[in-house]
Ligand binder design. Sequence first.
Ligand SMILES: [Zn+2]
Length: 291
Amino acid sequence: MPELPEVEVTRQRIGPLLVGRRIRSVATTRPSYLFLTRPAALRRGLVGRTVRALERRGKYLVAPLDDGARLVIHLGMTGQLFSGEATSPRLLSASARSTLPPEDQAGFRPDGHTHLRLAFEDRGPEVFLRDVRKFGKVLLLGSGESHERLDRLGVDALELSGAALFAASRGRRAAAKALLLDQSVATGIGNIYADEALFRARLRPTRRAGSLSRRDCDALAEAVRAVLRRSIETGGSSIRDYVAPDGSDGAYQDERRVYGRKGAECLVCGARIRRVLVAQRSTHYCPTCQR
Ligand SMILES: [Zn+2]
C-alpha cells in the first residue's frame, strides 16, 4: 500500500507534470466507488482548468485548480499516479508482459484499470491514475467546499512532535504501535514505518502507550520523522503493486531493519527478529534492542 513517503514521492515527481498545465481532455472508466465525484461531473469540472499546485494532506494528493476547485486523489491500496513517460514493465500484467518483445515492454498503454487519464493543451505527456483494486478515491471539490475526509486528518507525520505524541499517549492502554497507527494522532504512519520507527527509538511495539516517558515520545517522534524522510529520499518502498510515478522502483526496502525480517538477525545485536500481532497488524521487533 502506498504510505506517506510513496505519496510524497508521487507528489514530488508528478507535481511538475501537472502544475501550470491546462487540461484538454479527461477520460475515465465507468462510475464506481472509486469516483466520489461522478465521472461526468469530473470531466465537466476539469476540462479547460489549469492545475495550480500539487499538495499533500496525509495520504491525499490535493491539486488546486485555477477556478478555486480542488482535485483530490487517494491512492488506496494499489493506486498509481504517473505520467505517459513511465517505463516500468511492472505496470503491465504478467501475461501481457510475457507476450511482448523486450523493446516493447517500455512505455504504458492505458488499460481497463486506468480510471483517470488527463491530457493537456500542450500535447505533452498525459497523466494517468491506475488502480487495480479500486480502493483509491477521486474527488472534485468546488471552490470553498470542504470534505470530512480531509477535515478529520491529524497532524502530518512529518511534523509530529514529541510533545504531541506524549499528550496523545497519556492514559492510553493501547500499544505504542497502535498509537502511531491512530490517524487522528498523526496522519500517514503506516505499518512498515511504525515498526521501523519503534526499532529506531528502541521501544517495543507492545509497550503500553501510557507508559512512555516524555523522553521516549521525543525519541519516537524523531524516529518517525527520520524514517519517513529517509524513505522519501530513497524514493519510497517498493512493495507489491507500488511503482514510483516515473516507473522506477523505490529503494527503501533495502534499508528496513525489522519489517519483513522475522527470524533474521538484528543488524545491531544479532538477536532474531520477532513477529507478533499488534492492533491486528503484523509487527516486527528486536527482543533485545527494544524495551
Ligand atoms: Zn537487536
